[in-house]
Design a protein around this ligand. Structure first.
Ligand code: PGA
Length: 230
């Protein structure tokens, strides 16, 4: 049993129609109803696409998963609301999400997000009461002062089926925590599954995991949570 908080953050990336998201939720909820866990130290966050948030929030609020399953965004606009076609501002999403991922490597690589833009995103999130999960890809990257959680996600481990060893994740987490100069929770992400999550959860230097592929099927995500808390 852990004595410190542990976060399980599912990142659906650019997957699922609205109907598929509803089916996912219903299946996850029926698994949960059959065998709910005691989640004293564990927070479960699901980060679907923006199109899913409204319907998932309504379903969660009316279900046995209210206060169990929390919602997060995969990114947010670096600007306030206004004339920014295609962007979704923190003010627009603050009633739907409690968390936002900022600086995922896929955002940095495919959408040219820079550290300066990411700082603005953090500011927008905090001005609107959204907690942030800031991603870095290696231990030399700068750590912003105002992120709430820091996710270490090496690109060689993302979607490759080759997760970082627990020793590596532990060492980097220790380094990042010391570098941040505060008691910042460090999350590990990259090919986390129900088969390997237990080792990460057993390490008190780590404050959570960020599974992508393993959050897409309700049974996989449920089993991952089960393995983490047991
Ligand atoms: P993965 O993705 O679990 O599919 O490797 C993790 C992530 O990119 O957040």
């Amino acid at each position: 049993m852990r004595s410190t908080p542990f976060y399980i953050i599912g990142n659906w990336k650019s997957n699922k129609t609205i109907d598929e998201a509803v089916v996912w939720f219903k299946e996850f909820e029926s698994l949960w109803k059959t065998m709910p866990f005691v989640l004293s130290q564990t927070t479960i966050i699901l980060c679907p696409s923006f199109i899913h948030l409204r319907v998932l929030k309504s379903l969660i609020d009316l279900s046995s998963l209210a206060h169990v399953l929390h919602l997060g965004a995969q990114t947010l606009s670096s600007s306030k609301q206004g004339a920014y076609t295609g962007e979704i501002a923190a003010t627009q999403m603050k009633d739907l999400v409690e968390y936002a991922i900022v600086g995922h490597s896929e955002r940095r690589e495919h959408f040219g997000e820079t550290d300066a833009m990411l700082e603005q995103k953090l500011t927008q999130a905090h001005e609107n009461g959204i907690k942030t999960i800031y991603c870095v890809q290696d231990k030399d990257q700068s750590i912003p002062q105002n992120c709430d959680l820091l996710a270490y996600e090496p690109v060689w481990a993302i979607g490759t089926g080759k997760p970082a060893t627990i020793e590596h994740a532990h060492e980097v987490a220790e380094h990042l925590k010391a570098k941040s100069g505060r008691n910042l929770g460090i999350i590990y992400g990259g090919s986390v599954t129900h088969e390997n999550v237990h080792d990460y959860a057993a390490d008190e230097k780590l404050s959570g995991v960020l599974p992508g592929g393993a959050s897409l099927k309700p049974g996989d995500f449920y089993n991952l949570i089960k393995s983490a808390v047991q």
